[in-house]
Ligand binder design. Structure first.
Ligand code: ZN
Length: 282
């Protein structure tokens, strides 16, 4: 499943294709939105939030999409044959005069008033990649300021103010008995982490994935580790691959065979990869 870094890069690609331009074609192949006509609306920008995308229009509407397991947005020239997007998997087509964004295999699609964005993402924890998540980190990975303005969930007072890190730590702390690997995947604690950044940040910090949250020595450092790993992948386009997906291959630090286990209960279980020597259990 795409994680926060992929969503940032997708939002940037959608902005490059559509932002500040009117839609010359909009085709929403989704039962609840098929009748909507967005042609002529100007795209203000796409705001990524965790694993969600909020594409804001100047008519006061927001198109919400989610990639779920294997969805993707791709951009092709509007005069290219691929812009017809004839595949039955395509769920949305948004075209400016020059570039067409094709949403393939999208797992969610909603059209809401921008001021109602909170009904879609308001329950989520802070976005790990948001500017201002860590007040000590000047790195900017969000939207260029001003592009889509302080609207919707970004309007003053729409969400708890202050550093997201503090709020995420408070939400993390409310799950003291649960395994950290499981809680990092909980989008209501912090938004954007999936199985890749869960495993990779626990590996770097040498934490056994089933450690109860209450026993973590430095949860702040762990969240910031996930954030810096994800920021690096936003820049490079390559997720870290030290342990994730590397079962039975040697740990890059000590050479021990990487193991694959599970967090969460069936049917919601997800894989976790860890080094039994670098991340020993009790
Ligand atoms: Zn190791």
């Amino acid at each position: 499943m795409p994680e926060g870094d992929v969503l940032r890069r997708t939002a940037a690609a959608l902005d490059a294709a559509l932002a500040d331009r009117p839609l010359v074609r909009a085709d929403l192949r989704w039962p609840t939105a098929a009748a909507a006509d967005l042609t002529g609306a100007v795209v203000l920008g796409t705001r990524p939030y965790g694993k969600h995308l909020l594409t804001r229009l100047d008519d006061g509407q927001t198109l919400h999409t989610h990639l779920r397991m294997d969805g993707r947005w791709s951009v092709v020239p509007t005069d290219d044959a691929r812009a017809a997007a004839r595949s039955p998997r395509v769920r949305a087509v948004l075209a400016s005069a020059d570039a067409t964004a094709v949403g393939d295999g999208l797992g969610m699609l909603d059209l809401v008033r921008t001021r109602d964005e909170h009904t879609l993402v308001g329950h989520l924890g802070p976005d790990l990649l948001d500017d201002g998540f860590d007040p000590d980190d000047p790195t900017r990975t969000g939207l260029p300021p001003g592009r889509s303005g302080p609207v919707g969930i970004d309007a003053p007072g729409a969400r708890p103010s202050g550093p997201g890190l503090d709020e995420a730590l408070a939400r993390l702390g409310a799950h003291g008995d649960r395994p950290v690997g499981e809680v990092l995947l909980d989008q209501q604690v912090v938004a954007g982490i999936g199985t890749i950044y869960m495993a990779e940040s626990l590996f770097v910090e040498r934490i056994w994935p089933w450690t109860p949250v209450a026993e973590l020595r430095d949860p702040r450092r762990l969240l910031l580790r996930a954030r810096t790993l994800m920021q690096a992948a936003v820049r490079s386009g390559r997720p870290p691959g030290r342990v994730h997906g590397r079962a039975r291959r040697p740990c890059p630090r000590c050479g021990t065979s990487v193991r694959r286990g599970l967090v969460r209960e069936p049917p919601m279980e997800r894989p976790v990869f860890w080094c039994p020597r670098c991340q020993p259990g009790p």
